[in-house]
Design a protein around this ligand. Structure first.
Ligand SMILES: O=C[C@H](O)[C@H](O)[C@H](O)COP(=O)(O)O
Length: 144
């Protein structure tokens, strides 16, 4: 069975979202939460539904894309069970999984190449959480 991945973007991330979605489509079941054009939109309208789908287990992991990566990341991390890491290089994505058990990443489309975005996504989806000392720390993140 294919792993289920949520993806969402605003207008600044739309083009990268389409590229990432197409790249993943053969090997993953990708649920696209929008946006669906480069018309200006408000990223929370798309991020909250995507984050909810990861929170409730409908999707295993999620990928968010906006201009800087910040807006979508800040929004996703309002969700209690979401750990969304801003990733601008593949090594950060690897560490986000190994050390932080990140279940979503955000990508800054206006600051990195499409090729780098794909490399980041590859690392995010192929790296396991290490557990151990990192599990203790992850357990302490949620406080309410
Ligand atoms: O954190 C926010 C994101 O980077 C947005 O993609 C960005 O603010 C959109 O900017 P604008 O409305 O000027 O295209």
């Amino acid at each position: 069975m294919k792993r289920k991945i949520a993806i969402a973007a605003d207008h600044a991330g739309f083009e990268y979202k389409e590229i990432v979605k197409n790249y993943l489509s053969e090997n993953f079941e990708v649920q696209d939460f929008g946006t669906f054009s480069t018309d200006s939109v408000d990223y929370p309208d798309f991020v909250h539904p995507a984050a909810t789908s990861v929170e409730n287990g409908k999707n295993e992991l999620g990928i968010l894309i906006c201009g800087s990566g910040n807006g979508v990341q800040i929004t996703a991390n309002k969700h209690q069970k979401i750990r969304c890491a801003l990733c601008w290089m593949p090594e950060i994505a690897t560490l986000a999984r190994q050390h932080n058990d990140a279940n979503m990443i955000s990508i800054p489309a206006r600051f990195i190449s499409k090729e780098l975005a794909i490399e980041i996504v590859d690392k995010f989806l192929s790296t396991d959480f290490e557990g151990g000392r990192h599990q203790n720390r992850v357990d302490k993140i949620a406080f309410c």
